[in-house]
Design a protein around this ligand. Sequence first.
Ligand SMILES: Nc1ncnc2c1ncn2[C@@H]1O[C@H](COP(=O)(O)OP(=O)(O)OP(=O)(O)O)[C@@H](O)[C@H]1O
Ligand SMILES: [Mg+2]
Length: 264
Amino acid sequence: MTTATTVPALEARGIRVAYDGHVVLDGLDLSVEAGRVTTFVGANGSGKSTLLKTLGRILRPTAGTVLLEGATIGSIGTKQVARRLAILPQSPSAPAGISVRELVMRGRNPHQTWARPWSAEDAAVVGRALAATGLTEVADRDVAALSGGQRQRVWIALVVAQEAGILLLDEPTTFLDLTHQLSVLRLVRRINRDSGSTVVMVLHDLSLAARYSDRLVVLHRGAIVADGAPEDVLTPDVLLGAFDLHARVVPDPVTGTPLVVPEE
Ligand SMILES: Nc1ncnc2c1ncn2[C@@H]1O[C@H](COP(=O)(O)OP(=O)(O)OP(=O)(O)O)[C@@H](O)[C@H]1O
Ligand SMILES: [Mg+2]
């Protein structure tokens, strides 16, 4: 008998995804283990966002299936999916005139029902999400009036407030200075460790991806060309093949994880 712990959090089986007939993913298989941090890396246009969106039911495959905790994702209700899975898209846009707190409060929507409207617990969750992302002081400001990096953190806070077991994050560190990139990745790791949440994200910084992920999946022209522990995946050959990058890989002096150092 299959037990709950062996069911993957997400699974793509033979998915084919196309935009207006232009096929991006063709027969792709991927299984995402629960409770782990899995990161997609690859060159621009390699299909990372397309794969993430398909796993998050934003895009529908024309062939194959996506399973959310063993159930065909297309057969699950939208609100039920949102309770299990939170998505940060690559370029989210906020409604005009919305404040930081109001936007983060939307993360609680999937938890509300007619019998259980907005509660003190929801307010506490939102307060903690704002604090964890360093936004408490700007909570009442208009989202449109923030800097790019502050705004990115509002989206992170919204995803955190959703308290979903699975987080799909497309380039969560875009626009952030190095300190805030680290603070977001540490927060993601903390949520993963403390709540056992499954994280699937897209990152461009390979060395940070190696530091904060259990598993790296390398995409090249819509196909998975390497997949495994960061130290097994980040090799000069893979970097050359997937990124056309001549680089050395040395142990990060702080963490021992692979550090990618481009050749001149
Ligand atoms: N909405 C769209 N309509 C048509 N083609 C698209 C669309 N979105 C992506 N594509 C195409 O699909 C391919 C994969 O794009 P995708 O956004 O998945 O790449 P990515 O790996 O996320 O790249 P990046 O690192 O630039 O975000 C590209 O060839 C891109 O041009
Ligand atoms: Mg992308």
